[in-house]
Design a binder for this molecule. Structure first.
Ligand SMILES: Nc1nc2c(ncn2[C@@H]2O[C@H](COP(=O)(O)OP(=O)(O)O)[C@@H](O)[C@H]2O)c(=O)[nH]1
Ligand SMILES: Nc1ncnc2c1ncn2[C@@H]1O[C@H](COP(=O)(O)OP(=O)(O)O)[C@@H](O)[C@H]1O
Length: 219
């Protein structure tokens, strides 16, 4: 996946796929929203899902909500870059918008689980940067799931019992951020993105840039 975006310093750069994963309630939606608001050049990948819409969610913005027949048709037509079953529902990343954003020189942000992260890495390892968000404690995780007030007690119980499973994949990620305080966690995630954008391998315009610097020095 090679693309031709320009960094703030004008040197051409390949777009990257920035993945946030965590057990449910650890804060990846909160951190994703802050990143999209505050980091120019980053576009959210909106997943398709068969799960029910939560109060306050917007179709096409938080998720594209589809029924199982539609989801299965998307899988069959190879329209999904990756997909997985989580909490008895199907979730997947539509391929078109991701390709379009990367080709336009933007980076893409994914809020997906460990199964989706593995699939993305198999497809484009060099372009994937993965971050796992941990809650400070189990009690905090439960408190956050309740404070979000969007799921029934039974759904919350299910998510708590899956948290340990999801967490067991932490070591497959490039970076680990513990979300004690939102501002601090955001600053850490932002630093990761900023540093990854400066990686030499992604800055495909550097060869030309350095050549022209050398020409200036010799001239
Ligand atoms: N593989 C994959 N996982 C997804 C996708 N979209 C969301 N997820 C994951 O599905 C899980 C459940 O998401 P959701 O029902 O919104 O609950 P949340 O964990 O509270 O945000 C989370 O781990 C998400 O990261 C997707 O397109 N692909
Ligand atoms: N550092 C934090 N301290 C306290 N509450 C938080 C923190 N980060 C997120 N929250 C709250 O916890 C709840 C779950 O966060 P959310 O971002 O929806 O998690 P996820 O997307 O990982 O399921 C939300 O109500 C959110 O406002």
């Amino acid at each position: 996946m090679t693309t031709g975006g320009h960094g703030t310093d004008g040197v051409e750069r390949r777009g990257l796929m920035f993945v946030l994963s965590s057990p449910s309630g650890a804060g990846k939606t909160t951190l994703s929203r802050l990143l999209i608001e505050r980091m120019p050049g980053l576009k959210m990948s909106v997943s398709a899902t068969t799960r029910a819409m939560r109060p306050g969610e917007v179709n096409g913005k938080d998720y594209t909500f589809v029924d199982k027949t539609t989801f299965d048709a998307m899988v069959k037509a190879d329209e999904l870059l990756e997909w997985a079953t989580v909490f008895d529902n199907s979730y997947g990343t539509p391929r078109g918008p991701v390709d379009a954003a990367l080709s336009a020189g933007q980076d893409v942000l994914f809020d997906i689980d460990w199964q989706g992260t593995q699939q993305l890495k198999q497809k484009a390892r060099a372009d994937v940067v993965s971050v796992f968000i941990l809650p400070p404690s189990a009690a905090d995780l439960e408190k956050r799931l309740h404070s979000r007030a969007q799921d029934s007690d039974e759904v919350i119980r299910k998510r708590m019992s899956r948290a340990s499973d999801e967490m067991s994949h932490w070591a497959e990620y490039d970076y680990i951020v513990i979300n004690h305080d939102v501002d601090e966690a955001f600053a850490e995630v932002q630093s990761i993105l900023k540093a990854e954008r400066l990686k030499r391998e992604r800055r495909i315009g550097l060869v030309g840039f350095v050549r022209s610097l050398q020409a200036q020095l010799q001239g």
